[in-house]
Structures are given as C-alpha cells and as structure tokens.
Design a protein. Structure first.
Length: 265
C-alpha cells in the first residue's frame, strides 16, 4: 500500500502528512520518536482504513510553530486539523505520547470522532506506579527499553543513521521535552476530565513495558468507564511494532464492534 505525502498548512503550520487506504478514517498519532517512515503496521491498517499519519507540529518534517508550548496546544491543533480536512466518524489512534494526545483531544471535543484506541499512553500520574525516565536513559537504553524482544532492539540499533535522520531525531527529542519534561510524562489535570470522553475507548498495553508499566492500564480504565482493556503478553512499549498482527487484529475488531453497534462508517 503506497502512502501519498502532502504538506497541508493549518494555523500557519505546515505539517508532513502521509495518507493511504479506503474506509473509515483512522488518524494515527505517533509517539516521541516521530513517524518519518511508513511502518509495516500502518500499511496493514491501510488495507482496511483510510489511514492518516501526520508528524506533529515540532516533529520530523513538520514546522516548529511559535505557539507550541504544551500538550494542550497539540490537542487543539488536531481539532483544527480534523476541521480542516473535514474528517468525520474518525477512529482516533495513538501510541505513548500520541495516546496521551488522543485522550487530551477526546476530553475537549469528540464531534468528529467515532472512537479512540490508545496503546501505552502517557498522561496519568499514579502514586506507587513507577515509570521509566526516558530523559535520563542513554540512546541505547532508550531503544532497548522499548522492546521485550531484544532482537528487535538489535535491529533498530544496527540501522545506519544519516545526517538528516539524526537532525530529525534531535528535533523530535527537543519537542518531546517541551511537551513532557515537567511534569514528567503526565498532565496533572488529565485524570479529572477523562470522564468527558463520550466515545468507545480501547486501551492496549504490553505486559513487559519498561517505559510505562502495564499496571497503568487499570489506572486509565478506572477513569475511562466502559473502556475495553487488552494486555499483550511478551510485549514491550510498542505493541504496534512488536506484536503487529495482534495489534492490527485488535483495532479491526474494535472498529467492527463500533460499526455493528450502529456508529456510521
């Protein structure tokens, strides 16, 4: 499945956008490492959905707008994004930072959203639950701690880095720090407002996540009444990569249930 790359300008910010497929629109919000390349799971999803993968303002090939100061700014930007592209009945999907962002969007306005699926989202603080401090890990530790299966980390570390990719990585790290440095990886107000999400919600987590432990799935479920929760065994922080087929099956089943329940496609 070939993705078409465009660069729409929204709120004076030009963003890098990849799009492919047909069916219900699926907006995928990436994590801290960005989404410069089309990942295999994205192509899998494009066989069943109209998949849109933007790079967030401040990340990768997108502009760095002056107005970007926090996760709330990104949430409002994506509401403008949905309006600009006139998307409706969207399956909003996010991983890690992107999962947190999806929930911040959902508490503000769900008028264009049919449902939300998040994998290992940041955003909540829970006393007694430790988190990995990604800002203190070395570059190799950051990669290794993403995966349960270390052969995948070996493959990622073996990839030769171009000057362009290293520049993009530094840009991503800077923007990630602006959004999640203080407080570390959470919004102290998020838990108060998660009840406002009035759309079906799916939570996916890797049982062996070293960034955000799987116990956070229960914490999110406590705030998101009626959310479906799935913990994948032998899986780290990136189920969409490490357990790609299972992840895609879960999303497809979630969307089928949504359609069967009467939500328009």
């Amino acid at each position: 499945m070939e993705f078409v790359r465009t660069a729409p300008e929204i709120r004076s910010c030009r963003i890098s956008l990849k799009r492919a497929g047909r069916g219900r629109s699926l907006l995928y919000l990436h994590g801290a490492s960005g989404a410069a390349e089309v990942q295999p799971f994205m192509a899998d999803l494009a066989a069943h959905f109209d998949v849109l993968v933007p790079e967030h303002p401040g990340f990768g090939g997108s502009d760095e707008p002056e107005w970007l100061e926090n996760i709330h700014d990104l949430a409002y930007f994506y509401l403008d994004f949905l309006d600009h592209l006139e998307l409706r009945n969207v399956l909003l999907v996010g991983s890690s930072l992107g999962g947190w962002l999806a929930l911040e969007i959902g508490i503000r306005n769900t008028s264009r959203i049919a449902a939300i699926s998040v994998s290992a989202p940041a955003g909540l603080y829970a006393a007694g639950l430790s988190r990995g401090d990604v800002f203190l890990w070395t570059a190799e530790e950051r990669v290794r701690n993403l995966y349960h299966e270390q052969s995948l980390a070996d493959q990622a570390l073996a990839i030769a880095r171009s000057t362009e990719s290293m520049d993009a990585s530094l840009k991503n790290q800077y923007s990630f720090a602006r959004l999640a440095w203080e407080p570390r990886l959470f919004d102290p107000h998020l838990g108060k407002w998660l009840h406002r999400i009035d759309r079906p919600t799916q939570i996916i987590w890797g049982a062996n996540d070293q960034v955000l432990p799987a116990a956070y799935a229960d914490e999110f479920a406590r705030h998101l009444v009626g959310a479906s929760t799935h913990v994948i065994s032998e899986c780290g922080h990136l189920p969409q990569i490490e357990k790609r087929e299972e992840y895609v099956r879960m999303l497809r089943a979630f969307e089928r249930d949504l359609t069967n329940s009467g939500a328009s496609a």
